[in-house]
Design a protein around this ligand. Structure first.
Ligand code: AGP
Length: 622
C-alpha cells in the first residue's frame, strides 16, 4: 500500500505534493519521491527512507525550478517488488527521461512485460514492477507529439496490457500542465479545485485545499489539468466517477473516516488478503512462489518444519500448523520464538524454520532464526515489512501485502499471515507431489473466496458492537475453540488483554474439564468458536457439548458459528453468524468478530485503541 499524489494548478506543485505525501506517509515510508514539470523539463527527486530524507535532499537541491513547476506527482512507498532503496523509489522514468510514473499496487504480469521490454533492448534502472509502465508509456508515445490527450490515450493502451492491481499516475515532459491517472483494484480519488485539481490515494492528501472529491471507478483513466477533469474507461469511452463532499478532518481522513487505525485496518482485511494472494496463483490454480528463493529440491528435502513467532504471529503459526501438516504430511511444530533456542531444538539442513513477523524486527524472532541458521536449518521469513531485518537474515522471504499496520494490536497482519502460510503449505504439497494439481487448485479456489467472506462478516458486526458495550464492565472473558478454532480463541483473548486491559484467556475446549471450568461462575462470558459441522462433525459435536458444560455452570455463551448451524442455537446466549467456510480456512472469518469485540470494548472503556498502554508496535528487545 503506497501513498500517491498528483497536482496541476497555480501553486508550487512541489509544495502541494510533498504536503500531500506527509499526510499519506501512514500508507508507506520505505522511500519517497517527486517528479515536477517545469519549463518543458521533467525534474525528479527521490530518496530511500522516510519523507524527511527526501525533504532534506530537496532543501539541498539546486533545482530552483523544482519549486516553480505547476504540475507534478509524488509517491511514498510501501515496498512489494524490490527493496526500499533509492533506485527502487518512485517515480520511475522512461529511458529517455520523458515520462515519469508512480504506482500503488501489484502488476502481476510484470515479469513477462519486463522480459519483453528487455528483449527489445530496454535497460531497467530498478527491480520494481512499476518501471515497466514508464517504458510501455514511452513506447506508445514514441514519435507522437506530446499533449495531455496523447498521454491519456497512451495510458489507456498500457492499462490494457497490465494484470493485477494498480493505481498509476504519469506525467510527460512534452505535455506540461497535465497529470494522467488510472486505477484497477486500487484506490484513486480526484480533488476538484478552482483553477487546480488533485489526484491521490485518499482524500487526506488534499482536503486542506478542497473537499470536493470524485472517486474513480474500476478500470478508469483520468486526465487532470488546472481547469479540467476528464474521465474515461480503458477503451476511451467517457465515464463518470462518484462525486462527494468530504466532511472529515485531516486526521480522520488518514483513518479513512474511522475513529481508530485499528478499525480501519480491520476493514482493510478483505483487500489485503486479496493482495497477498494476488500474483501468486497461476491461471490453472497452481501456486507460483518464484520470489521465494528456495529451490524445489530444497523444499523436497524438508523433513521437519518449525514455525517461530511471537504474539499474534505465533497464533497465525498455530493455525498454519493444522493446514501444513494436513496438506504436506510434514511434521510441523510451532514454537514461541522467545523459548525456541533455549530448549536446544533438533535442527539440521533438512529442517525448514518459518519465521513469521509483521514488523520484521522482533528481537525474539530474530534471535530464534539466527539460532536456526547456526544449526544449518533453512529459514523462510513471512513478513509484512520489505527490507526489514528478519527477511534480510533469512534464506528466503514471502512478503504479506498488508500495507503498514499502524495500530499496535495486529489484525490485518494476522489474516495476511494466514494467507501467506497457506500459500507456503500448498506450494510444499504441490512441489512434493503429495497433492495433485486439481487438489491444490480446489483449495486455492476456496482461498480466493475468503476476501468476500471476510467482507460479509464485516457487514454484520452491529450485534458484536452492542455486546462490547455490555461487556465493557466485565472482569474477565474466556474463549474456547477446537482445532483451528483453538488458536483463534487464543488470538481473541490476546486482543482483549492488550486493548481492554482485561483478564482474558483462551483454551482448547477439550481442556476445560481438566481444570479451567472451575473458572466458570454465573454470568461469566465465554466466547465459543465453533467449527463447521460440515467439516469434521466430531469436532463440532464435541464443542457443542463443551458449550453445554459451561452454560450449565452459569456461563453467558457468545457463540461464533457458521450460517445454517442450528445445533448451537439452544446453547447460545448470543449467536454471531459467519459464512460457511472450509474447516482449515475458518479463521479468516471467525477471527474478525473477536477483533471487533476487543476494539469496541477498549473504546467503551475509553482506552487508546491504537496505542494501548505498556505496548510497542515492534518489540526490538529480548
Ligand atoms: C499483537 O496484537 C501484538 N501487537 C504482538 O503480539 C505482535 O503480534 C508480536 O509482538 C509480534 O510482532 P511481529 O509480528 O512484528 O513480529
Amino acid at each position: 500500500m503506497c501513498g500517491i499524489v498528483g497536482y496541476v494548478g497555480t501553486q508550487s506543485a512541489l509544495g502541494v505534493v510533498v504536503d500531500g505525501l506527509r499526510r499519506l506517509e501512514y500508507r508507506g515510508y520505505d522511500s519517497a519521491g517527486v517528479a515536477v514539470l517545469a519549463d518543458g523539463r521533467l525534474l525528479l527527486a527521490k530518496k530511500a527512507g522516510k519523507l524527511s530524507n527526501l525533504e532534506k535532499a530537496l532543501a539541498e537541491s539546486a533545482e530552483a525550478e523544482l519549486r516553480s513547476g505547476l504540475a507534478g506527482i509524488g509517491h511514498t512507498r510501501w515496498a512489494t517488488h524490490g527493496g526500499p532503496t533509492d533506485r527502487n523509489a518512485h517515480p520511475h522514468l522512461s529511458a529517455d527521461g520523458r515520462i515519469a510514473v508512480i504506482h500503488n499496487g501489484i502488476i502481476e504480469n510484470f515479469a513477462r512485460l519486463r522480459a519483453q521490454l528487455q528483449a527489445e533492448g530496454v535497460e531497467f534502472a530498478s527491480d520494481t514492477d512499476t518501471e515497466c509502465v514508464s517504458h510501455l508509456l514511452a513506447a506508445e508515445l514514441a514519435g507522437v507529439p506530446g499533449s495531455p490527450a496523447a498521454l491519456a490515450e497512451a495510458m489507456r493502451k498500457v492499462c490494457g496490457k497490465l494484470e493485477g492491481a494498480f493505481t498509476l499516475l504519469a506525467v510527460d515532459a512534452q505535455a506540461p500542465g497535465a497529470v494522467v491517472g488510472a486505477r484497477r483494484n486500487s484506490p484513486l480519488v480526484v480533488g476538484r479545485g478552482v483553477g487546480e485539481n488533485f489526484l491521490a490515494s485518499d482524500v487526506s492528501a488534499f482536503i486542506e485545499h478542497t473537499r470536493e472529491a470524485v472517486e474513480l471507478g474500476q478500470d478508469q483513466v483520468v486526465l487532470i489539468t488546472a481547469d479540467a477533469i476528464e474521465i474515461t474507461d480503458f477503451d476511451g469511452n467517457p465515464a463518470q466517477g462518484r462525486d462527494y463532499h468530504v466532511d472529515w478532518d485531516a486526521r480522520a481522513a488518514e483513518k479513512g473516516g474511522y475513529d481508530w487505525f485499528m478499525l480501519k485496518e480491520i476493514a482493510e482485511q478483505p483487500q489485503v488478503v486479496a493482495d497477498t494472494l494476488r500474483g501468486r496463483i497461476g491461471e490453472t490454480g497452481e501456486i507460483m512462489l518464484d520470489e521465494v528463493r528456495l529451490t524445489d529440491q530444497d523444499l523436497r528435502d524438508v523433513d521437519k518444519i518449525f514455525i517461530v513467532a511471537c504474539g499474534t504471529a505465533y497464533h497465525a503459526g498455530l493455525v498454519a500448523k493444522y493446514a501444513i501438516e494436513h496438506w504436506t504430511r510434514i511434521p510441523c511444530e510451532v514454537e514461541l520464538a522467545s523459548e525456541f533456542r533455549y530448549r536446544d531444538p533438533v535442527l539440521d539442513r533438512s529442517t525448514l524454520v518459518v519465521a513469521i513477523s509483521q514488523s520484521g524486527e522482533t528481537m525474539d524472532t530474530l534471535m530464534a532464526l539466527r539460532h536456526a541458521k547456526e544449526q544449518k536449518a533453512r529459514v523462510l521469513a513471512i513478513c509484512n515489512t520489505n527490507g526489514s531485518t528478519i527477511p534480510r537474515e533469512s534464506d528466503a522471504v514471502l512478503y504479506t501485502h498488508g500495507g503498514p499496520e499502524i495500530a499496535v494490536a495486529s489484525t490485518k497482519a494476522f489474516l495476511t499471515q494466514l494467507a501467506a502460510c497457506f500459500l507456503v503449505g500448498l506450494h510444499l504439497a504441490q512441489v512434493r507431489g503429495v497433492k495433485y494439481a486439481d487438489e491444490v487448485a480446489a483449495v486455492v479456489a476456496q482461498l480466493q473466496e475468503m476476501p468476500d467472506k471476510i467482507e460479509k462478516v464485516l457487514g454484520t458486526m452491529d450485534p458484536v458492537r452492542e455486546l462490547a458495550r455490555e461487556l465493557a464492565t466485565a472482569s474477565t472473558v474466556l474463549f474456547i475453540g477446537r482445532h483451528v478454532g483453538y488458536p483463534v480463541a487464543l488470538e481473541g483473548a490476546l486482543k482483549l488483554k492488550e486493548l481492554a486491559y482485561m483478564h482474558a484467556e483462551g483454551f482448547a475446549a477439550g481442556e476445560l474439564k481438566h481444570g479451567p471450568i472451575a473458572l466458570i461462575d454465573h454470568g461469566t462470558p465465554v466466547v465459543c468458536v465453533v467449527p463447521s459441522p460440515a467439516g469434521r462433525g466430531v469436532l463440532h459435536d464435541k464443542i457443542v457439548s463443551n458449550i453445554q458444560e459451561v452454560r450449565a455452570r452459569g456461563a453467558r455463551t457468545i457463540v461464533i458459528a457458521e450460517e445454517g448451524d442450528e445445533a448451537v442455537v439452544p446453547y447460545a446466549d448470543l449467536l454471531v453468524r459467519v459464512p460457511r467456510t472450509p474447516t482449515l480456512l475458518a479463521p479468516f472469518v471467525t477471527t474478525v468478530p473477536l477483533q471487533v469485540l476487543a476494539a469496541e470494548i477498549a473504546a467503551s472503556r475509553g482506552h487508546d485503541v491504537d496505542q494501548p498502554r505498556n505496548l510497542a508496535k515492534s518489540v526490538t528487545v529480548e
